[in-house]
Design a binder for this molecule. Sequence first.
Ligand SMILES: NC(=O)c1ccc[n+]([C@@H]2O[C@H](COP(=O)([O-])OP(=O)(O)OC[C@H]3O[C@@H](n4cnc5c(N)ncnc54)[C@H](O)[C@@H]3O)[C@@H](O)[C@H]2O)c1
Length: 335
Amino acid sequence: MVEDTGFRFLVTGAQGCIGAWVIYHLVKAGYRPVAYDLDPTPRRLRLIADAEDMERVQFIAGDITDADHLARVISAHGITHIIHLAALQVPMCRADPLLGARVNVLGTLNVFEAARRFSDQVQRVVYASSAAVYGPPEAYDVDPVPESAPLLPATHYGVFKLCNEGNARVYWQDHGLTSIGLRPWTVYGVGRDQGLTSDPTRAIVAALLGRPFQIGFGGRTDMQYVEDVARIFIACAAAPYEGAAVFNLRGEVVSVEDIIEAIDAAVPGARRLITHSGQQIPIAPSLDDHGLRELLSEVPHTPLREGVACTAERFRYLLQEGCVEPAQLGLPAEP
Ligand SMILES: NC(=O)c1ccc[n+]([C@@H]2O[C@H](COP(=O)([O-])OP(=O)(O)OC[C@H]3O[C@@H](n4cnc5c(N)ncnc54)[C@H](O)[C@@H]3O)[C@@H](O)[C@H]2O)c1
């Protein structure tokens, strides 16, 4: 446990993959976070936390598109720091861009508005942007691509995230609201079960079950272990900073073949079961993270093989103990 900083955290999208790990680490650090999500069920948190941990969390079912409810929660719970993760992912924004904009853009504006309205109370917003604000690899001739490079998102999702970064800048300029935006790439680990880049995690589960699995992309990506990502969000909430910064995250930039090798090392035989589609995701895979390194004295970093091994070990236990069904882990119930 850490000393009581007096911080009171609200985590939106807290029932999601990154959200569950943020809540878990806040609890382990001695906080009593407020977990805000449309989904009232802590099914991902249950995969990593015990009953005692869960008791320290205040769960609130709510929709970030409901500005009044969000503001009431922030006021009533004396929230000082917001970690804003609630969003719809790429496929959902593609299928329904209007809903995508309502949740990802207007929902984020609701978070900033509430933080502005209670500025005597809320000190900072740390929010999830995404590597999807960058264009495809062929749009850049440097490696790694710096934060100052042109942002050329190829999806509605990426455009919405870029819009949020712009709105964060304007809230600082007009209202002095401090925020930090973070741009994860492929986050993997226990709890990752939806969105295209959840495939490496789902491939680990498939390998444990002895089932064939095709990763729906190829080429290169940046693999970021979910515990590192969660700890970076928390560290950015506490780091001395004023302004509206946006930082890239960098884990291990690898080919999908390297990912399959790492899974095979943790689950022998996996390489015979896992294939990939060969298609590069249209986002530059290698992004520079020196901005984040300047802000934080230490940036959590788990090597790919270690992160994959930890993930496989936890899933192996959960499956053996019957704590989860394949469907909960993003795989069909029957092969
Ligand atoms: N996982 C990644 O690889 C990755 C990469 C880049 C950016 N991000 C961003 O990080 C954040 C968290 O990602 P994740 O993988 O944990 O996502 P996730 O899909 O697992 O979780 C998102 C959560 O948001 C909640 N939510 C959706 N709409 C809501 C609404 N209207 N009101 C309240 N809650 C709502 C969902 O119920 C879900 O629990 C997102 O903003 C995502 O865009 C993730």
